[in-house]
Write a protein that binds this ligand. Sequence first.
Ligand SMILES: Cc1cc2nc3c(=O)[nH]c(=O)nc-3n(C[C@H](O)[C@H](O)[C@H](O)COP(=O)(O)OP(=O)(O)OC[C@H]3O[C@@H](n4cnc5c(N)ncnc54)[C@H](O)[C@@H]3O)c2cc1C
Length: 385
Amino acid sequence: MLSALYTDKENAFRDEVRRFAETVVAPEADSIEESAEYPRGLLKRVGEAGYMGALLPPAYGGTGKGMVAETIIAEEISAVCPMLDVTRGVTSVYFAPPVNKFGNDEQRRKYVPPIIAGDKIGAIGITEPDVGSDTAGMKTLATRDGDGYVINGEKRFITNGSVSDYILLFAVTDASVKPRKGMSAFIFETDTPGFSVVKDYDLMGMRGLKVSHLKFEDARIPASALLGEENKGFTILMDELDTERTSLAAGAVGYSRTAFELAVKHSTEREQFGRPIRMFEGVSFKIADMAVRIDAARLLTLEAARMIEKGLPASRQGAAAKLFATTAAQEIASDAVQILGGIGYMKESKTEQIYRDARLMTIGGGTAEIMQFLIQREIYKERGY
Ligand SMILES: Cc1cc2nc3c(=O)[nH]c(=O)nc-3n(C[C@H](O)[C@H](O)[C@H](O)COP(=O)(O)OP(=O)(O)OC[C@H]3O[C@@H](n4cnc5c(N)ncnc54)[C@H](O)[C@@H]3O)c2cc1C
């Protein structure tokens, strides 16, 4: 199945990443879950292995392997440690590629290589206390002042926020027009005076991930922090989201796969009524449905990834992949808990963790309802309505 979908080179790359995930990441996954400590050292090893540069050019230390390779990395790392892949994705997929695409040479040289190496950590700051799905309603202000900007506002739910060195920060530069026409993107360095971490949230799942509430009070940044043109930030935001969603979808395929494998194994080993529980259709038909959903999620993700790689508009495909893969992941995680029975609900079983981890992804990166909104909008647009 996999070999038919992917080229030989892609399959070989998957084998390589899987070996890394199993030998380097897996041994640390349980202690991250237990301690909820941010795995900075492990992220650095991901960088050293070259898995933070698939979307970035060799000139800055990337591998330039492209979006399909990125989805392979996301799937394989998520399969053993979902939170590690989220922090990896935020720094190397959401932060660095927009800097590479919209930045000038100086910005690329300064910010991209340390992110790829895992020496510095990036974040993306869109969401605010009053602004979630409606990103165009943003309130954080960047006021022009002499040769720089002064930032005032708050961002919340920012992944990597408290551990980040740089934030791809979206703020309003022209409040007299609609935010989508008056929003700009900045590379904000977190050692800037006026920046503070209000708190890190205590999360339902994805233990170890730092998701923060951030405050900007008269934080002064130089004009050179502007990414792209002033008031053109909304274009950068929209461009970034297709890749983000496709990578998140691939991650969901990864942890779905782990929950599925645990359920398959348990259903052959556990006996009730004198036979393995897989002999009951109430169990084995669930296994069939789980497998089909994983295959379908991977196909949608691969389609979006190939479109992005070809430079084709992929908003519908990225949204569809994320909607399907993340919804399916929650159903699959729930079915896995069910198939394991009581032990599936216990902390000692990985299904319990995946069930909680998976719950995030129909919210973060745009909710399932917003994905449905985007998909229907593209459908009508494609037909000229
Ligand atoms: C763990 C975590 C990490 C995150 N990381 C980041 C990050 O790194 N950077 C960042 O900027 N943001 C981040 N977010 C924020 C995330 O993108 C938002 O939570 C998400 O976009 C939803 O916004 P909201 O929470 O304000 O919900 P709201 O927008 O208030 O939505 C509440 C409910 O209303 C529904 N709804 C809203 N509008 C519509 C509509 N038009 N049609 C139908 N239903 C609608 C939503 O689907 C949802 O069910 C993160 C969130 C979490 C939970």
